[in-house]
Ligand binder design. Structure first.
Ligand SMILES: Nc1ncnc2c1ncn2[C@@H]1O[C@H](COP(=O)(O)OP(=O)(O)O)[C@@H](O)[C@H]1O
Ligand SMILES: [Mg+2]
Length: 271
């Protein structure tokens, strides 16, 4: 087991008229090394809050987080984080964006240079080392962000709707790429999405969360093994799992939250 969440809750204290916001409550979860676990749940149920706590960026109000046998108290370089936006510096080349964290941490530069190039090759950007982010598509920019975290060979990768702003086709390509890049390394991945198909396609387990205050409404095992191609979506077993996730989410036909619109900003749970 690489990660253990024990009775986690989070209440934000605010001075707004709404007062305190209970974002999460009673979350218990154990994650095994090498697992890909996706998290789905309605907007505002605390998915980002949960990921930020696992990253050590935010303290739980109650409960404990144990990563690799140690209490999580501060951000660790063994944990990589990817957001919906790639957060690249526009004036730095692809290579220099990937090297930025190592400059900040003062890692040895020759070695890192070499490694950055290797990883950029791996994510398919070998011909774009000197390009500026503005000349890359959204998918390519997220590849840069992925390369930037993989350079460190993290034990665990936290991804908060990383492909949510991409079009459907690019998203599928990125999903396949993600599995191709991470599965052989045994890296553990926690992946937040509001796309149910993506959640099932990527994961060994799907954690379904309830509306705020978020708790674990159910966990769906995805027994498809490591070799995944888009075709598994046609598998009746795949469809069954998607329906299991949907019923745990409590969606009812006609509910706004299951529309298939492409506007990711609405953060509805998508079919
Ligand atoms: N810094 C904050 N202060 C107050 N409330 C917050 C803060 N961050 C998030 N929240 C609230 O906590 C709840 C969970 O937020 P979040 O974790 O972003 O949910 P999700 O990622 O599932 O959409 C929401 O109601 C949100 O408004
Ligand atoms: Mg979020």
């Amino acid at each position: 087991m690489i990660l253990q969440l024990r009775d986690i809750s989070k209440t934000y204290r605010t001075r707004t008229p709404q007062g305190n916001v209970e974002a999460l409550t009673s979350v218990d979860l154990e994650i095994q090394e090498g697992e890909v676990v996706s998290f789905v749940g309605p907007s505002g149920c605390g998915k980002s809050t949960l990921l930020n706590m696992v990253a050590g960026l935010l303290r739980p109000t109650t409960g404990h987080i144990v990563f690799d046998g140690e209490p999580m108290t501060e951000p660790s370089r063994r944990i990589g984080f990817m957001f919906q936006q790639p957060v690249l510096l526009p004036w730095r080349s692809v290579r220099k964006n990937v090297l930025l964290p190592s400059e900040v941490f003062g890692s040895k530069s020759d070695e890192m240079n070499q490694r950055a190039e290797e990883v950029l090759q791996l994510v398919g950007l070998g011909d774009f080392l000197g390009a500026l982010p503005q000349h890359l598509s959204g998918g390519m920019q997220q590849r840069v962000a992925l390369a930037r975290v993989l350079v460190y060979e993290p034990r665990m990768l936290l991804m908060d709707e990383p492909f949510g702003a991409l079009d459907e086709f690019t998203r599928e390509t990125m999903n396949l790429e993600l599995l191709r890049l991470t599965k052989p390394t045994g890296i553990t991945v926690l992946f937040v999405t509001h796309n149910i198909l993506e959640a099932v396609f990527l994961a060994d387990r799907v954690v379904v969360m309830s509306p705020r205050p978020g708790r674990v409404a159910g966990i769906v095992d995805v027994p498809f093994g490591e070799e995944r191609a888009i075709e598994i979506m046609r598998n009746p077993g795949f469809t069954d799992l998607v329906f299991r996730v949907r019923s745990l989410l409590g969606d009812t036909p006609g509910d706004d939250s299951m529309t298939s619109d492409l506007d990711s900003d609405r953060e509805s749970v998508r079919w």
